[in-house]
Ligand binder design. Structure first.
Ligand code: ZN
Ligand code: MN
Length: 471
């Protein structure tokens, strides 16, 4: 039973002002209804003026996704009533969108390259936001700060075959949007997804408005299971719209009156047609993720995995290129594996880390002043300070203060002797040929030395000391 998934993605374009008026889009920390004017409140007689920047951003995306920009595209009114839609219509694009026929490359479930086709991309305005008051109030509130924020709606062909593929597609798309600098990935609700999903031969279900893009894989996984189970039991999957309940991880049926679609699209008489196809040639695109990944493999000798991880976020890729000169391979491992893991654990952003500090850490590791284990400790100490907003101590200072420098074997001799004396059984086991006993003893010594010693060196010291004692 083949799974068929197509997505519609609403991307908030990171322009400074709204799509049809001069209201600022930077409302996240402000009171409700403080970024509004007659245009985005839909007051009678107010006239829209199209935001040049939003069109330019749309064209950048179109070019990056290899799309064809239409010679003429038009704006239409999509009529429906909802309290968050002040004008009772949304200005969008219908039969003549900005661009059509693009592609995004991803990896399929077997790790092979796969093309996801993009059907179209069009500009439209975001509606306002309903705020449901907690505590069972009879009222809902409405905030029009979001009303009129420019959206680019990107629609794919039904080319994805699993929820995991859908996640990989969204990750890739999001990375491209971040490289293009048309989208703020940190903004909540900046990317919202509707998913169409069916099992081949059965009806298609639409899951609406998945607001966290991490929720998409969860919502789709739930739907695949639900639909497959129904088919297995001989039931018919109904063609319907469902809502994803993020907290419970399930979708529920939502056949309401407003779902009976008859939007009566008609051309917006206040907005003329757009003729922007000839502008595409003048757009300079930055190096995009796939090209950068290939370059990282070639220029720095990074593995495919490291290159993909490092280029998955433009800021991480920039960071890596700043520190790579110390030792590209060492830097790739430490940035893509260790540093990224520690950052995720702390919910920290790469921008909080001073590259100079990581350069110094890599140098200490490279010349062998500290062991890998001590390096991790230094990194953790460093990040804990960054996260608390204290001035970041340098790695060398941390090594000095905490005495983490690699020391000559001699210093550990008393510790080794003490451990050997305290564990006669393990010593006996090792002498009678049980290699595992040596690991245990080395582990004990490591614990006492707080990771300062090089484990390989320590193995030698411990095994020699046992042999000497045995003579
Ligand atoms: Zn406005
Ligand atoms: Mn839309």
């Amino acid at each position: 039973m083949k799974t068929i998934i197509g997505l519609e993605i609403h991307v908030q374009l990171a322009t400074a002002t709204k799509l049809f008026c001069g209201c600022s889009t930077d409302y996240q920390d402000d009171e409700p209804n403080t970024h509004c004017c007659p245009v985005c409140l839909g007051l009678p007689g107010a006239l829209p003026r199209l935001n040049r920047k939003a069109v330019e951003y749309g064209l950048r995306v179109a070019k990056a996704l290899d799309m064809r920009v239409l010679e003429e595209s038009t704006f239409a009114r999509k009529n429906y009533f909802y309290p968050d839609l002040a004008k009772a219509y949304q200005v969008t694009q219908d039969d003549k969108p900005l661009a059509v026929e693009g592609i995004v490359e991803i990896e399929d479930d077997e790790g092979h390259e796969k093309i996801i086709r993009i059907t179209r991309a069009h500009l439209e305005e975001d509606p306002g936001r309903l705020v449901h008051v907690a505590g069972g109030s009879k009222y809902s509130l409405v905030d029009y700060n979001r009303s009129g924020i420019p959206l680019l709606e990107i629609v794919t062909e039904p080319d994805m075959r699993s929820p995991q593929e859908a996640r990989r597609f969204l990750n890739k798309l999001r990375t491209i949007l971040e490289y293009l600098e048309v989208f703020d990935g940190d903004r909540e609700g900046g990317l919202r997804v509707d998913a169409n999903i069916s099992i081949e031969g059965s009806a298609r279900v639409e899951v609406k408005n998945i607001s966290s893009y991490k929720g998409v894989e969860k919502a789709l996984t739930f739907e695949v299971t639900r639909q497959r189970n129904m088919i297995r039991r001989g039931q018919t999957v109904a063609r319907e719209t469902r809502h994803f309940m993020e907290g419970r991880g399930i979708t529920t049926s939502s056949r309401g009156k407003e779902e009976a679609h008859d939007y009566r699209y008609f051309p917006d008489p206040d907005l003329g047609p757009l003729h922007v196809a000839d502008r595409v040639a003048d757009i300079d695109l930055p190096e995009l993720p796939t090209a950068r990944k290939d370059r990282f493999m070639e220029q720095y000798g990074a593995s495919a995995n490291h290159a993909r991880t490092l280029t998955g976020d433009p800021r991480l890729a920039d960071f890596y290129e700043e520190v790579a000169h110390v030792d590209p391979a060492l830097a790739a491992t430490w940035v893509a594996d260790t540093l990224l893991g520690e950052l995720n654990y702390r919910d920290m952003n790469i921008t909080a880390v001073p590259p100079g500090h990581i350069i110094e850490l890599l140098e200490l590791l490279k010349i062998g002043t500290i062991t890998d284990r001590a390096g991790v400790q230094v990194l953790r100490t460093l990040l804990d300070a960054c996260v608390e907003g204290r001035p970041c101590e340098t790695p060398a200072a941390i090594v000095e203060r905490e005495g983490l420098g690699k020391t000559a074997g001699d210093e550990f001799t008393p510790i080794v002797r003490a451990v050997v004396a305290a564990n006669p059984q393990a010593v006996e086991d090792y002498r009678s040929g049980k290699e595992g006993a040596l690991n245990f003893l080395v582990g004990q010594v490591m614990k006492e030395t707080r990771g300062r010693a090089d484990p390989r060196e320590l193995r030698k010291i411990v095994s020699e000391s046992i042999r000497v004692d045995g003579v």
